[in-house]
Design a binder for this molecule. Structure first.
Ligand code: FES
Length: 136
């Protein structure tokens, strides 16, 4: 199995069996947003301990990339300092996803990170938003 095939299998596994899916009992921050291009939704819930993400859950509905990206992102977010996550953008999210996506699917890949940065930092732009790239 080639590397790309492995990454694709992993992505589909996260889609079919999402990690950290559901709700926290007593979240500190909650945010839900959709991708205006398609209407797909992601809701992220966070429990913070000081400046660290102690726990995170998500729910959502949408395409395989958006839901797998959310699942994979939650695994990376647990235990991370807020200051580190604040610096994450498109490159970091695609590294977490493990595959490159074509421009039509970029918002799918970035939606969970957008919701996360909106929840934690009040950022409302697409991460590393390049208007031309994100125009679709
Ligand atoms: Fe809607 Fe991917 S098609 S987020």
């Amino acid at each position: 199995m080639g590397m790309d095939e492995f990454e694709l299998e992993l992505l589909l596994d996260h889609y079919k069996d999402p990690r950290n899916f559901g709700h926290l009992n007593d979240p500190d921050v909650v945010r839900e947003e959709g991708n205006p291009s398609c209407g797909d939704q992601i809701r992220m819930e966070f429990k913070l301990r000081g400046d660290v993400i102690e726990d995170v859950r998500f729910t959502g509905k949408g395409c395989a990339i958006s839901q797998a990206a959310a699942s994979m992102l939650t695994e990376e977010l647990k235990g991370k300092p807020l200051a580190e996550v604040r610096g994450w953008g498109k490159r970091e999210m695609l590294d977490i996803l493990g595959i490159e996506v074509n421009p039509m699917r970029l918002k799918c890949a970035l939606l969970a990170l957008k919701v996360t940065k909106g929840a934690l930092f009040g950022e409302t732009d697409w991460p590393n938003g390049d208007e031309a790239e994100l125009a679709s």
